[in-house]
Design a protein around this ligand. Structure first.
Ligand code: 3HC
Length: 314
C-alpha cells in the first residue's frame, strides 16, 4: 500500500500512480501510494488540523466580550465550526495510518507546526473582523485549491470546510465594513486590526516558492495545484481594492499597482519574523501550547471514560 523506493516494483507502481493523478483520479485509502506521498499528506493534514484547533483560541477569548447577542452567536458558531474542521482533518490524517494520540503529542511537544497566524494576540473586538475577513479569507484561497487535491479524503474535507469558511469570511468582512463606516473611533479600531493582521496573514501562505522545501513534491503529486506565491498574490489582489474602497490603508509603504500584470505588488515580508514565529518564538506561541496542554489534561477523564466504556463487558 505504501511503496518504498527500495521496492523492486517501485518504478512501475510509481508510473501507474502518477498516471492516475494525471488523469485526475483521486487516490483513496488503501490504494498504492509512495510512502513519501503518505508522509507529506500526514504532515500537511495534521498541521492543518492543529491550525484549526489552535485557531479557536484567539477568537474564543472574545466570545464573552462580544458587543451584542448577534455578534456573540456568530462568533460562537464560527469557533464551533473550527473545532469540527479540526476533527474532519484529524480523521483524514488517520486514514493514512496516523493516530490521534501521535498527532496530538506532536502538537503538544512543539514538534508539529500549526499556522503562524494564530501566534498573534487579539487585542480589540475588531480583530474578530480582521481574522474573519483576512485570515479566513486567506484560508479559503488555500483550501479552495486543496479541494482539488489528489488525495480523496483531504479533497472532500476541503469541500465541506470551504462551505463553512464562506460564512466565516463574510461575518468578518461585515464587521470591518460596519466599523470602517462607523464613528472615527470605530474606523481607527478597524484600521489598527488591519495594521496588525495584514503581514501575518501574508505569511500564512508560506515562504516564497524558492524557499518552499515541500512544494515540488506536493505539486508533482497533485496535492498543491498552486504555489505559495500564486495564492498570496491572488489574496493581495482581492483585498487591496476592497480595503481602499472602505478608506482603510494597507500597512505596506512599498505596495504598488503594476499596470502590466494587473497585480498589486507587496513590499518584502519580514521572513525573520516569520521563521521566529514558526520556530516557537512568536508573541503567543507559549500561551497557545499551554492552553492546548491544559485542555488535553482537563479532557483526560473523558478519554478514560470512553476507553472504559469501549472495553466494558457486553
Ligand atoms: N505557519 C507555520 N508553518 C509554516 C507556514 C505557516 N504559515 N508556512 C509554511 N510553514 C512551514 C511548513 O509547514 C514547512 O515546515 P515542515 O516541512 O516542517 O512542515 C516549512 O514551513 C516550509 O514551508 P513549505 O512551503 O515547504 O511548506 P508547505 O509546502 O507545506 O506549504 C502551507 C505550507 C501553505 C501552510 C501548506 O502546508 C498548506 O497549504 N497546508 C494546508 C493548509 C493549512 O494548514 N492552513 C493553515 C491555516 S488553517 C486556518 O486558517 C483555519 C481557518 O479556519 C481559520
Amino acid at each position: 500500500m505504501y511503496g518504498q523506493e527500495t521496492d523492486p516494483d517501485y518504478p512501475t507502481k510509481l508510473a501507474e500512480f502518477e498516471a492516475r493523478i494525471a488523469r485526475g483520479e483521486k487516490i483513496e485509502p488503501g490504494d498504492w501510494m509512495p510512502e513519501r506521498y503518505r508522509k507529506q499528506l500526514v504532515r500537511m493534514i495534521s498541521q492543518h488540523a492543529h491550525s484549526e484547533v489552535v485557531g479557536m483560541l484567539p477568537e474564543g477569548a472574545w466570545i464573552t466580550r462580544a458587543p451584542n447577542l448577534r455578534r456573540k452567536q456568530v462568533l460562537l458558531a464560527k469557533v464551533q465550526d473550527e473545532a469540527g474542521h479540526g476533527q474532519y482533518l484529524y480523521h483524514a490524517a488517520e486514514t493514512l495510518g496516523a493516530t490521534r494520540e501521535e498527532m496530538l503529542q506532536a502538537l503538544l511537544t512543539g514538534q508539529a507546526k500549526y499556522s503562524s497566524i494564530f501566534n498573534y494576540p487579539t487585542v480589540t473586538w475588531s480583530d474578530m473582523g480582521a481574522i474573519g475577513w483576512l485570515v479566513d479569507g486567506a484560508a479559503i484561497m488555500n483550501q479552495t485549491m486543496l479541494a482539488q487535491c489528489s488525495y480523496g479524503p483531504y479533497s472532500r474535507a476541503m469541500v465541506r470546510i470551504c462551505a463553512e469558511e464562506g460564512f466565516h469570511k463574510k461575518q468578518g468582512q461585515e464587521m470591518i465594513i460596519q466599523y470602517a463606516q462607523g464613528t472615527p473611533e470605530q474606523k481607527a479600531m478597524a484600521q489598527d486590526s488591519i495594521n496588525r493582521f495584514w503581514w501575518p496573514t501574508l505569511m500564512m501562505f508560506g515562504p516564497h516558492d524558492s524557499a518552499s522545501t515541500n512544494s515540488d513534491e506536493l505539486t508533482r503529486w497533485g496535492i498543491k495545484t498552486k504555489s505559495n506565491d500564486q495564492l498570496r498574490q491572488e489574496f493581495v489582489n482581492e483585498l487591496v481594492p476592497l480595503l481602499h474602497a472602505l478608506g482603510l490603508e494597507v500597512p505596506d509603504p512599498d505596495l504598488r499597482y503594476d499596470e502590466e500584470s494587473g497585480n498589486w505588488i507587496s513590499g518584502e515580508i519580514n521572513w525573520n519574523e516569520f521563521w521566529q514565529v514558526v520556530k516557537g518564538n512568536g508573541p503567543m506561541n507559549a500561551a497557545r501550547l499551554q492552553a492546548r496542554q491544559e485542555a488535553h489534561d482537563n479532557g483526560r477523564w473523558v478519554r478514560e471514560a470512553l476507553a472504559a466504556y469501549a472495553e466494558r463487558d457486553v
